[in-house]
Design a protein around this ligand. Structure first.
Ligand code: AMP
Length: 437
């Protein structure tokens, strides 16, 4: 068996073996903080993005604690969307397959959009592990098909999205059916104020873990390109000629724009996939599969569609439009620079985005200014430097006019003459200012 740094946690032998088979050698930052505490049964609030390795931060300790001799439900894992639930379920399955427990454990995926009757049928023997979306889980509890009182651990993934989609109320109702001493683990990229009452209600002296080191400048670069009068598709096409993305996600703020941009880029010859909330379940599944099969080098996406989906190897995030809120920016760029890889975020911006950029800078992000000129990256002036220069220019302009004399007798064409004179004065003033520097 390969040696790996998870050994320090005194996990079961079989789990250590699974970790080797998964190809994990070193715990990620969130895993290092969460695994030992989760093993002890502590309630945890993990603030981290998708890509930090958070799924295994809860799967490894919780599955390690599973008691095969007990036939009741022991672990409940919830996610806000079907895709996210499927993704967690797939990871559970993988761990099961890599272990000796494949035939002993029962894990069930409980999501909407599937045949409920068949699901009820399959639930006759309670699953050890339940993975699902809140609506269907609550539904089965209320019908008396699923009993989670025996569960010892409960995970809420992408909790901020749960809140946004109004699913926290369902989680609340699910938890009223659980043992009050159940271990609750909450994972979220942001912890909105509105979530506090819920956290107070269900978490007992939780450990708070905040991992945002993936946004550190050495791993993730944030570039800004002033869009000016140009079309997004044109600039992105120019960028595509100088970057060699393994996979780039291009974000827009809505599905109409996403449709339009994807089409424009396809016309230009790029291999572009499209994913947004307007697609039906089957179409989304197809696109996700094609993405996994590396059919595309570029994916145009909207926020909700891309949230939390584990797309491997995203090397670039391009914001064709910057979002209105900081948290959305963090979510978007969280798609790249994952699990120790490097990544680049390229943002096309307009003047109205500057407020957002300033806020993000306050959070510690560093932006660099670039443009694409003749098929090459070129460093550009920052908006504040440019503003200063524009201000200086207009000061000189004014001064020059003040020093321009109006002729005593006005003859035809005097305005032209004055303008010429003003230009001369302006040049002189600019020269003097330059010398002063
Ligand atoms: P997640 O944040 O859970 O979506 O995980 C992001 C990706 O990192 C997944 O593809 C995991 O398989 C991978 N991953 C998780 N933990 C580790 C680790 N310790 N070492 C290497 N890769 C990992």
């Amino acid at each position: 068996m390969e040696k790996h740094l998870f050994k320090q946690y005194a996990l079961n032998d079989w789990m250590n073996e699974v970790i080797s088979k998964l190809g994990f050698y070193e715990p990620t930052a969130i895993q290092a903080k969460v695994i030992p505490e989760a093993l002890k049964g502590k309630d945890i609030i993990g603030q981290s993005e998708t890509g930090s390795g958070k799924t295994h931060a809860f799967l490894i300790p919780l599955l390690n604690k599973l008691d095969i001799n007990q036939s009741e439900t022991q672990i409940v894992l919830t996610a806000p969307t079907r895709e996210l639930a499927i993704q967690i379920y797939d990871e559970v399955k993988k761990i099961m397959q890599f272990s000796v427990n494949e035939d002993i454990w029962r894990a069930k995926l409980i999501i909407g959009g599937t045949d409920k009757k068949r699901m009820v049928e399959k639930m006759k023997q309670p699953p050890h592990i339940v993975v699902g979306t809140p609506g269907r889980i609550l539904d089965l509890i209320q019908e008396g098909v699923l009993d989670i009182y025996s569960a010892r651990s409960f995970v809420i993934d992408e909790t901020d999205l749960m809140l946004e989609l109004g699913l926290i109320e369902e989680i609340d109702r699910i938890l009223t059916n659980a043992d009050p001493d159940i271990q609750v683990m909450v994972f979220s990229a942001t912890i909105p104020e509105k979530l506090q009452p819920f956290l107070k209600k269900y978490l007992n002296a939780p450990l708070y873990v905040n991992i945002d080191d993936r946004l550190a400048p050495e791993k993730l670069e944030h570039r800004l390109i002033d869009l000016r009068h140009r079309e997004q598709a044109d600039v992105i096409f120019d960028i595509s000629k100088i970057i060699q993305p393994y996979l780039a996600i291009i974000f827009t703020n809505g599905k109409e724009k996403a449709n339009q941009l994807a089409e424009q880029l396809q016309t230009k010859g790029l291999e572009v996939g499209l994913i947004h909330g307007g697609l039906n379940q089957r179409e989304r599944k197809r696109v996700l599969k094609e993405i996994q099969q590396l059919k595309y080098q570029y994916i145009v996406a909207t926020d909700l569609a891309a949230r939390g989906i584990d797309i491997k190897g995203v090397s670039h995030v391009i914001n064709a439009e910057l979002p209105k809120e900081e948290s959305f920016y963090l979510h978007r760029v969280g798609r790249t620079a994952r699990a120790g890889m490097e990544g680049t975020a390229i943002n096309l911006y307009h003047e109205e985005d500057i407020a957002l950029i300033k806020k993000l800078e306050k959070k510690g992000l560093t932006f660099t200014f670039y443009d694409v000129v003749k098929g090459e990256w070129r460093e550009a002036k920052a908006w504040n430097v440019r503003q200063k220069r524009e201000r200086q220019e207009s000061d000189i302009e004014k001064k020059a006019w003040q020093q321009t004399r109006k002729p005593k007798k006005v003859k035809p064409g005097y305005k032209k003459k004055m303008k010429k004179q003003q230009q001369r004065v302006k040049k002189k003033l600019a020269r003097n200012q330059f010398k002063k520097k």
